[in-house]
Design a protein around this ligand. Structure first.
Ligand code: BV8
Length: 239
């Protein structure tokens, strides 16, 4: 039996699969991963250096321009066959949950209805001072309509910022109570998100990893499928 047939057999026995996804999930949509070198205009910047409160405090215009550049890339892309396969699995009757580190909103756009977006949504803005509501930043203005300060920033979790406690708790419950976990397209370097996958390894249900490269999870999972998410997921989730 091939590894794909093994995975299909395990999935067929499950009722509540969880898909834990990272930037590799959106690679075939045309969105560079964090490990990919940024090309063009931002090639001399690392996302980790710009996705921080200190970078925003030092130069809000530069950070806003960086996010506008990423938003423009995402607007030109769309969910790929991998996102669509996960959504189709839910439509076929499985109680699917998606815990994603991605901020592109592509799982929701593909039709998945239970998505825990741990790191927020890059297409939304919020006030850095904590004013309520989600606001759309003007092309050249970051003025919060509530506090009138130049404080609007993307509605994402930056390095050094805490994740939403309730979202993290609900994501943890989803992963701890699932009956099969797929770890897809993540280098497993960013915490506390990666810690959710670590937790799952001790629970005894099958853990499957899809990634062209080995990661810190690879030696611990039950089945490692070396390759692209958009290649394997339609074969695994298809009827
Ligand atoms: C926190 C939103 C408590 C923003 C993101 C020092 C000071 C402060 C904190 C820390 C510190 N040292 C460590 C930390 C913790 C830090 C952390 O983990 N740092 C790492 C770099 C070591 N974490 C945090 O800061 C978190 N908060 O800890 O709060 C706290 C508070 C105050 C002070 C201390 C602690 C917040 C982390 C969230 C950061 N925000 N995104 C934005 O997007 O702009 S994370 C961002 O990077 C992404 O969202 C994603 O989560 C992550 C990248 O990881 P991956 O998704 O795995 O992507 P990557 O490119 O790494 O890998 C892609 C994979 O895909 C590869 O394996 C590749 O082989 C594979 N692939 C490629 N092609 C395909 C494929 N797979 C499948 N198919 C393909 N075709």
């Amino acid at each position: 039996m091939t590894k794909i047939e093994q995975v299909r057999r395990l999935l067929k026995k499950s009722q509540s699969p969880v898909f834990f996804t990272g930037a590799g999930m959106s690679k075939e949509s045309g969105i560079p991963t964090f490990r990919d070198a940024i090309d063009g205009l931002w090639s001399d910047n690392r996302p980790e250096d710009l996705a921080t409160p200190s970078a925003f405090h030092a130069d809000p215009a530069k950070v806003r321009a960086f996010y506008e550049y990423r938003r423009a890339t995402i607007r030109d892309c769309e969910p790929n066959a991998g996102h669509l396969a996960i959504a189709a699995l839910e439509n076929s009757g499985f109680h699917v949950s998606v815990v994603t580190q991605n901020v592109d909103g592509f799982h929701e756009a593909a039709g998945s209805s239970k998505v825990f977006a741990l790191h927020g949504n890059i297409m939304e803005d919020r006030c850095n001072e904590g004013c309520p509501g989600s606001h759309a930043m003007g092309r050249h203005s970051g003025i919060c309509p509530v506090c009138k300060k130049d404080a609007l920033r993307p509605n994402v979790v930056w390095f050094g910022e805490s994740l939403d406690d309730d979202l993290l708790l609900r994501s943890t419950v989803a992963i701890m109570t699932c009956d099969i976990l797929f770890i897809i397209g993540t280098s497993g370097l960013v915490y506390p998100a990666a810690g959710l996958a670590d937790l799952a390894m001790q629970r005894g249900f099958p853990v499957i990893e899809i990634n062209p490269e080995a990661t810190p999870f690879t030696e611990q999972v039950d089945i490692f499928l070396p390759g692209a998410a958009a290649k394997f997921l339609p074969k695994i989730c298809g009827a």
